[in-house]
Write a protein that binds this ligand. Structure first.
Ligand code: 5MM
Length: 340
């Protein structure tokens, strides 16, 4: 393992003013997105949609890396150019989702474990060959009555650490993503408590598995109340609590934090990231690794029609620019009114 090279990739993924595009929706998840815009979930439509983003030069300026799904990393654009080449030509780093999704954790009702460790070393080597320089594995933790349990937290943290070690052995930077879902009615204090417990367990397991923290990127949820919670927290409270929790649990050796959006609205996700970077006073870069909060607008604008490609690219560029500014603490609400 060349840790200096891993660290250089990790630093580039969180370069100031840039963040990560999570375009790694599995076929089932992209179907849900396409259903919402009336687009048939065919391989060609998935390719056309992703190609339009990777060719959107104005948006890709703010994208340090793109997380791909297995199908996409092997796909070619309509003119035969590999999609990974479009990404590198745009100055961005190709990455790959390597987990195989979640399955119920036996003995732990309502809780899941992420699968995909068997044969992962060989898959990583093939992805590296194809151009991937970072990977992603997502652990999913739900908050409800009696969950999460310590057993499920530890099992998921251990899988994340095993994955991260395998990535580094294959010269790939692991994005470590422990996502605490914002479904449910829990308040921000409960999210604070669970996020602390999960991150504490994740970093203990990473240490035990001898993962070099200088060569990872952490992709956490923000500390935020559940979608059904009546008592909404302000932007400042989300930003302040998220920073506090991370400061208490995440070692300074980690180069950067790239948040998931988790179902927040586009502007909420941007406002929260911006507020954190305005507060500052933490040792890591803080940026975005958004899926829905970057793509909802371009998907709506595109609606599967060739004549809408330019409008979709403009919508994508606008969100990418807003989040790029938020990664610097330079976003303002009135910038959203300016036409993309
Ligand atoms: C883009 O969605 C990713 C893949 O989800 P599935 O494996 O369920 O299809 C997801 O892991 C994503 O990378 C993160 O959750 C961040 O995306 P959001 O939409 O939360 O910003």
């Amino acid at each position: 393992m060349d840790l200096n090279a891993l660290n250089a990739v990790a630093e580039a993924m969180v370069a100031p003013g840039k963040g990560i595009l999570a375009a790694d929706e599995s076929t089932g998840t992209i179907k849900k997105r396409f259903d919402a815009i009336g687009v048939e979930n065919t391989e060609e439509n998935r390719r056309d949609y992703r190609e339009l983003m990777f060719r959107a030069a104005e948006g890709m300026k703010y994208v340090s890396g793109v997380i791909l799904y297995d199908e996409t990393i092997w796909q070619d654009a309509a003119d035969g150019t590999p999609l990974v080449d479009l990404i590198t030509a745009a100055g961005s780093i190709p990455g790959i989702k390597v987990d195989k999704g979640v399955t119920p954790l036996p003995g732990f009702p309502g809780e899941t474990i992420t699968e995909g460790l068997d044969g992962l070393g060989a898959r990583l080597a093939a992805y590296y060959e194809r151009g991937a320089r970072f990977a992603k594995w997502r652990a999913v933790i739900d908050i409800a009555d009696g969950i999460p349990t310590q057993g499920a937290i530890k099992a998921n943290a251990h899988a994340l650490a095993r994955y991260a070690g395998l990535c580094q052995a294959n010269q790939i930077v692991p994005i470590v993503e422990p996502e605490i879902l914002m479904d449910g009615a829990h308040d921000i204090a409960r999210c604070d408590e669970v996020t602390r417990a999960v991150l504490k367990s994740v970093f203990a397991e990473l240490a035990e598995m001898r993962v070099a923290l200088e060569g990872i990127v952490l992709k956490p949820n923000m500390v935020i109340c559940g979608k059904k919670c009546a008592n909404r927290a302000s932007v400042d409270e989300v930003a302040r609590r998220t920073i506090e929790v991370l400061k208490a649990t995440v070692p300074a050796a980690v180069p950067g934090i790239a948040y998931l959006s988790g179902g927040q609205s586009d502007e909420e996700a941007t406002a929260h990231l911006d507020a954190m970077n305005r507060i500052g006073g933490f040792p890591w870069k803080m940026t975005f690794s958004y899926g829905r909060a970057l793509q909802a607008a371009p998907q709506k604008a595109w609606a599967g029609k060739r004549e809408n490609v330019a409008a979709a690219q403009a919508a994508f560029a606008h969100r990418a620019r807003m989040n790029g500014l938020a990664s610097l603490g330079q976003w303002a609400e009135d910038m959203e009114k300016v036409a993309a």
